[in-house]
Design a protein around this ligand. Structure first.
Ligand code: FAD
Length: 330
């Protein structure tokens, strides 16, 4: 009989990604409302060592498969294993990360398990004994509540990173570990030839607390050095509009928007970005939005908490110096 909530964690480079703790915290809240256990699935190479730490976020039991073949996310390995585990665990609700890998995995799992899936959710609740999920539609123009019928288990959702509250971890609490033996497909696997990391360990945009993004108004790639400097001072990272990416000024990994990344930082600073609907789709749920634009009619100002109408080349150097002074006196 189906019971409880199961979260599918993301383990990369020896650690869980922060979004795993966010979905575990959210899962704990939902499991308490549903009246069942909070379980987790942890797949990876070397994941056994850190899996008990999920207990700090309220996870009671972690089903672990630890194998070098699971070092990188591959649908051929992750999907059959996770599907088999979910079929045997039988949770009522399954949460996974709204990351690139999480979206790929959960869509495939939902098809296998014939389950309803709501992606990119920003709020979850239990209503009438079943899951209800809030998610953006039409490139963020509308927010819709999706619901499932009670009894149609499992009910699956991916959660937008940086949105769900993360519990302060109780480091004294450890989750029970159950190592699962599964037959991994040994041949005909996609071969990961090379993984390239951003130089300087750049923060992943979807996990950054502060993003300073530049658009066509930056006039050229060399001027992004100002945004890099500001982002570093604020402990954040640099993003870009599609125009800046299409012009070859920034890599595609930096693109924020409908065809780029959906980000939810605490602070989003848009510099020389007009605020086209496709850009807004990727950043409008940021907590605080600041824009610098010389055009007072730029659509970005309809979304900002603070707007600066000025030439960015005049404003930014002064602003950067102010931030430096403030930082040196704090
Ligand atoms: C299917 C589709 C998908 C898309 N996906 C995305 C997406 O994922 N992300 C995305 O960003 N876009 C996306 N776009 C493109 C989008 O429609 C816009 O064209 C793009 O966002 C515009 O980028 P921008 O704001 O940098 O450039 P512009 O619209 O050209 O705006 C530049 C801004 O800089 C200001 N400016 C210029 N000089 C200065 C200065 N010296 N000081 C201050 N301000 C200055 C101008 O006033 C202007 O507002 C998509 C489009 C389509 C059709």
């Amino acid at each position: 009989m189906a019971e409880g909530v199961c979260v599918i964690t993301e383990f990369r480079d020896g650690a869980f990604r922060r979004v795993s703790f966010e979905i575990a915290s959210e899962g704990r809240r939902l499991a308490d409302e549903l009246g069942g256990p909070l379980l987790a699935i942890a797949l990876g190479d070397g994941v056994t060592e850190v899996a008990p730490d999920l207990g700090g976020y309220g996870v009671e039991k972690v089903y672990v498969v630890d194998d070098p073949l699971l070092k990188d996310y591959r649908a051929e390995t992750y999907v059959p294993i996770a599907a088999e585990m979910l079929e045997s665990i039988e949770p009522k609700v399954v949460l996974s990360a709204g990351s690139v890998d999480g979206k790929d995995l959960s869509a495939r799992l939902a098809a296998r398990l014939e389950a309803g899936l709501a992606t990119d959710c920003t709020e979850l609740k239990i209503e009438g004994g079943a899951l209800a999920a809030k998610r953006p539609m039409y490139a963020g123009k509308a927010l819709a509540w999706c619901s499932w019928s009670e009894g149609a288990w499992p009910q699956m959702a991916t959660c937008r990173p940086n949105v769900m509250d993360c519990l302060p971890p109780d480091t004294a609490k450890k989750a029970e570990i159950e190592k699962t033996n599964v037959a991994l497909p040994g041949s005909n696997l996609t071969l990961v030839v090379k993984t390239e990391k951003e130089v300087g360990g750049k923060l992943d945009l979807t996990e950054a607390e502060t993003i300073v993004s530049g658009g066509r108004g930056m006039k050229g790639p060399e001027n992004f050095a100002m945004l890099e400097e500001l982002a570093t001072l604020l402990g954040g990272t640099v993003g870009a509009s599609r125009s800046a990416v299409d012009s070859g000024w920034r890599p595609h990994a930096d693109q924020v928007g409908q065809t780029g990344k959906v980000v939810t930082p605490t602070l989003y600073i848009a510099v020389g970005i007009s605020g086209a609907i496709q850009h807004l789709a990727g950043m409008s749920s940021s907590k605080y939005i600041v824009a610098v634009n010389k055009d007072p009619e730029a659509p970005i100002f309809s979304k900002t908490d603070y707007g600066v109408v000025d030439d960015l080349f005049r404003f930014l150097p002064v602003f950067i110096e102010e931030v430096k002074t403030l930082k040196s006196t704090c």
